[in-house]
Design a protein around this ligand. Structure first.
Ligand SMILES: NC(=O)c1ccc[n+]([C@@H]2O[C@H](COP(=O)([O-])OP(=O)(O)OC[C@H]3O[C@@H](n4cnc5c(N)ncnc54)[C@H](O)[C@@H]3O)[C@@H](O)[C@H]2O)c1
Length: 299
C-alpha cells in the first residue's frame, strides 16, 4: 500500500471531505490522528464526537486511528495534536490542513467576529498545525503537507470575504512553505476540493438528488498520492477537482505588460491603459461545480 508505516494528522476529519481523507489514508496503510472539534458549520459548540466515529470506522476495516479533539484555532492545542501522533504512533509524516467553518455574508453585513472566526480556523489553524508538525518532520528529513484551499480564495466568490481571504492566504502559505521546506525533504501542496457536504448544502437547493460528481470521497485519492513518497517531485502546486477530473491551477503570474521608457505619469496611463493592459482584463469569480448553484443559496 502507498502509505504503509506512515503516520498522518488530518484536521477536521470527522465529517465531509476530511473524513474521506482520513479513511483513504488509513486504507493506504497510514495510522491516522483524526482531529475534529465536532463543531457546527459556523463553529458553534456541539455535543457530537465525529472524530471518535471516524476512528471506529477505520478500526472496523483493520486500520489504525486515534481521535484528537483539539481546536486548530488554539496554538498550544495543535501542539498537543502533534504530540498525540508521536505518543500513539511514534512519528509524523503527513499533515492535511482541512478543518473549516463558514460564515457567509456580504461585506457590509459581515461582523468582525465572522471575519475573525473563519480566518482563525482556516488560515491560522493551518499555520498552528504546520508550525508544530514541521520541526518533527525536519528532524526525520521527510514530510508531506497538503493544505485545503478553495476556488473562493483563488478566484473569488460572492459573500465570502472571510473565507476567500483565508483560502487565498492558504495558497500564499503553501508557496512559502514549499520554498522553505523542500531542502528538508518536505513537500507542501494545496487542493481546492469539491463535494456535497453540510458546507455546500445551501448551494444544492432543496430536495436535490445526490450527484455522483459531488461525492466528497473523490478528493481523497489525489491527497493520498500527494501524501506518499511517490509524489516527492510534486511541491508548491495547487490542485483542484471538478466533475471526475483533477486539475492543476496556474500560479498567479503576469500576463500582460505596458512599458514606457522612463516610466509612466498618470495622464499617459489614462491615455494608454485600454489599448495595452485593458485588452487583457479577466473575469473574476469561481466557476460553481455542476450540481451546485449560488442561486440556490440566495433563494
Ligand atoms: N465542500 C466543498 O465543496 C468544499 C469546497 C472547497 C473547499 N472546501 C474545504 O474543504 C474542507 C472541508 O470542508 P467540508 O465541506 O468537508 O466541511 P464540513 O463542515 O463537513 O467538515 C469540516 C470539519 O471541520 C471541523 N472543524 C471546524 N472547526 C474546527 C476546529 N477549530 N478544530 C478542529 N476541527 C474543526 C468540523 O467539526 C467539521 O467536522 C474545508 O477546509 C473547506 O473550506 C470544501
Amino acid at each position: 500500500m502507498l502509505l504503509d508505516d506512515r503516520v498522518a494528522i488530518v484536521t477536521g476529519a470527522g465529517r465531509g471531505i476530511g473524513r474521506e481523507f482520513a479513511l483513504e489514508l488509513a486504507r493506504q496503510g497510514a495510522a491516522v490522528v483524526v482531529n475534529d472539534l465536532g463543531v457546527g458549520l459556523r463553529g458553534e459548540a456541539s455535543d457530537e464526537d465525529p472524530a471518535a466515529s471516524v476512528c471506529a470506522e477505520i478500526a472496523a476495516f483493520g486500520g489504525r486511528a486515534v481521535p484528537s479533539h483539539e481546536s486548530v484555532t488554539d496554538f498550544e492545542a495543535t501542539g498537543r495534536c502533534v504530540q498525540t501522533a508521536l505518543d500513539a504512533f511514534g512519528r509524523l509524516d503527513i499533515l492535511v490542513n482541512n478543518a473549516g467553518i463558514v460564515r457567509d455574508r456580504t461585506l457590509v453585513k459581515m461582523t468582525e467576529d465572522d471575519f475573525d472566526a473563519v480566518v482563525a480556523t482556516h488560515l491560522k489553524g493551518a499555520f498552528n498545525c504546520t508550525r508544530h508538525a514541521v520541526p518533527v518532520m525536519k528532524e526525520a528529513g521527510y514530510g508531506r503537507i497538503v493544505n485545503v484551499t478553495s476556488s473562493a480564495g483563488l478566484r473569488g466568490n460572492f459573500g465570502q470575504t472571510n473565507y476567500g481571504a483565508a483560502k487565498a492566504g492558504i495558497m500564499g502559505m503553501t508557496f512559502v512553505w514549499a520554498l522553505e521546506l523542500a531542502r528538508a525533504g518536505i513537500t507542501v501542496n494545496a487542493i481546492a476540493p469539491a463535494g456535497a457536504t453540510r458546507m455546500t448544502a445551501a448551494l444544492a437547493g432543496d430536495g436535490a438528488e445526490p450527484d455522483p460528481r459531488l461525492d466528497p470521497a473523490m478528493n481523497a485519492p489525489l491527497v493520498a498520492y500527494l501524501a506518499s513518497e511517490a509524489a516527492a517531485h510534486v511541491n508548491g502546486q495547487v490542485f483542484g477537482r471538478t466533475d471526475f477530473s483533477y486539475t492543476l491551477f496556474q500560479h498567479p503570474k503576469q500576463i500582460a505588460w505596458m512599458h514606457r521608457d522612463g516610466g509612466w505619469d498618470t495622464e499617459s496611463v489614462a491615455a494608454e491603459f485600454d489599448g495595452m493592459l485593458g485588452q487583457h482584463l479577466q473575469t473574476v469569480g469561481m466557476v460553481m461545480p455542476k450540481g451546485l448553484s449560488q442561486d440556490a443559496a440566495r433563494s
